[in-house]
Design a protein around this ligand. Structure first.
Ligand SMILES: *Cc1c(COP(=O)(O)O)cnc(C)c1O
Length: 500
């Protein structure tokens, strides 16, 4: 299977090349040139299989240049019981007769980014080998919280890689900071940048685009790379868990083979929901995709009107991983909806870049709306959803999942659609303990309490165990105390790699 670019489909590369490169040279994203199809018999057969077997089934259809051994090595290194604290890896929790929660947060950092970032380092190192790249990969990440830690956990101690994460000094939560500064591993480094997320991000971009610096690193056998969500190696592992969830529902007798389900996803960069759409293209029976946003509701407006407009106020919300105004993976979806019209996509993305606005044609909009619904939930509604689900089902959800629940409830109220539905749950409530505790019992629940007291309180209230990786933070020593200015970031990289 070859991959083409969304902005120039004459470009054709292998999976290994697509994963190694990340982004196509003219700015487009790599997409498979066709979608493998899966029969209902094959889907039925997945019911009796383990998560790693299901992963092999899906990934082998896309990464056709990987050998069976290579792919199995990647999969079994990533999805282990030690790392995910459950054999199921991505278990499905039944809320009631029509709503099922797909828990994607059992990985080492308690957020769904682990589902892709646990396997990406292995896909990347294998891709490097396959394309005869002999340099060591250096992953640079600027993070607003979740991605940095998930990338650190994924890349730690992976041979042939180093990773450096920069986070804004005053821009991440206390627990996120603790997660990063206590990071173990012999190939990792973490630094705080004086400034906000944009400062950290533009600093990383500057290092990436410095040609002389790139040459210096190459002379020292290093090659810079990124782990961001447009890499095909991050998207393809996300297709697996939609098949897995469907297989679980079959296994438990909740649905019949071929029965269509709905899927609700709390969305930011459009990666997670796009993976669900790709699963449907392969043959997974899905009727509707429900795209849930927080107050940064640029996607809600887009799906309802066909106009994408990023020129709007940015809102800082209690679901920060969805505080996004440019959903980069939407480009892949539009490429598909326009029947692979690379000229149109290049034109739309150029408009987004220059004016911040674009509009799709009436027939593309009709195709979009036949499959997708969208809604948004503000912080107040999100808090109310946390409380309501805890009271009604004795099930505590995090702030991102609560956006999805709130939007789903509105959808059912408006449409009366009682199709069985999978709701993607993207973070453990413990990761956003402060907001969750306030939702459950008001501000008095949190005043004057430190992070570890909050974890214990939430454990008592929810009846859930504190995730091991968060509980252990209390006894970990702080390894990284480096704080640098924005213009010192390159020096930090050089010191870590010992190049000059
Ligand atoms: C990244 C993230 C999202 C958004 O996922 P996309 O693939 O960017 O749409 C939602 N919830 C949580 C907790 C996340 O970390």
């Amino acid at each position: 299977m070859q991959y083409q670019s969304t902005r120039d489909k004459s470009i054709s590369v292998s999976a290994a090349e697509a994963i190694k490169t990340g982004l196509s040279a003219e700015g487009g994203l790599f997409v498979p040139e066709s979608f493998p199809s899966v029969s209902l018999d094959e889907i039925e057969a997945l019911a009796k299989k383990s998560y790693t077997e299901r992963a092999y089934f899906v990934l082998s259809k896309f990464l056709t240049d990987f050998t069976e051994d290579e792919l199995n090595h990647c999969i079994t290194s990533a999805y282990t019981k030690e790392k995910f604290e459950t054999d199921a890896i991505a278990p499905v929790y039944k809320l009631n007769d029509r709503a099922y929660v797909l828990e994607l947060w059992h990985g080492p950092t308690c957020a769904f980014k682990d589902m892709a970032l646990q396997i990406l380092p292995h896909l990347l190192t294998t891709s490097m080998k396959k394309t005869n790249e002999d340099k060591e990969i250096v992953i640079l990440v600027a993070t607003s919280g979740d991605t940095g830690k998930a990338a650190l956990e994924g890349f730690k101690d992976v041979n042939g890689t180093r990773i450096i994460v920069f986070y804004p000094d005053n821009g991440v939560s206390e627990i996120q900071k603790l997660q990063m500064v206590t990071q173990e591993g012999n190939n990792v480094s973490v630094a705080a940048v004086r400034g906000n997320f944009d400062d950290a991000q533009s600093g990383v971009k500057k290092i990436f685009t410095d040609v002389a610096y790139k040459e210096l690193l190459a002379r020292n056998q290093f090659k810079l790379s990124s782990a961001n969500s447009i890499n095909w190696g991050r998207l393809v592992p996300q297709i697996v868990y939609y098949f897995s969830a469907y297989a679980d529902l079959l296994n438990n007798g909740e649905i019949n083979v071929g029965e269509e389900i709905n899927v609700v996803v709390p969305t930011g960069n459009f990666g997670n929901i796009l993976a669900a759409y790709y699963a449907k293209k392969m043959g997974l029976p899905v009727k509707k995709f429900i795209c849930a946003s927080n107050e940064n509701n640029v996607l809600t407006e887009f799906i309802n009107t066909g106009i994408y407009n990023k020129n709007r106020d940015f809102h800082t919300t209690i679901s920060p991983s969805m505080d996004i105004l440019i959903s980069s993976n939407l480009e892949r979806f539009l490429y598909d909806l326009t029947d692979r019209d690379d000229k149109t996509i290049a034109d739309l993305m150029n408009k987004l870049n220059t004016s911040g606005v674009y509009e799709i044609s009436a027939d593309v909009k009709a195709k979009l709306q036949a499959l997708f619904c969208a809604g948004c939930s503000d912080d107040k509604e999100t808090m109310a959803a946390i409380k309501e689900y805890a009271d009604k089902y004795d099930y505590v959800i995090d702030t991102h999942t609560a956006v999805a629940m709130s939007v789903y409830d509105k959808y059912v109220a408006e449409t009366g659609d009682v199709t069985k539905t999978i709701i993607a749950s993207t973070a453990s409530p413990f990761k956003f303990n402060q907001s969750v505790l306030i939702a459950l019992g008001g501000h008095n629940e949190v005043v004057g309490k430190d992070e570890f007291t909050l974890l214990e309180e939430l454990s008592k209230k929810s009846g859930m165990n504190i995730p091991k990786s968060l509980g252990e933070l209390k006894n970990k020593s702080r390894i990284f105390d480096l704080v640098c200015d924005k213009d010192q970031m390159q020096e930090v990289v050089s010191d870590f790699l010992m190049v000059e």
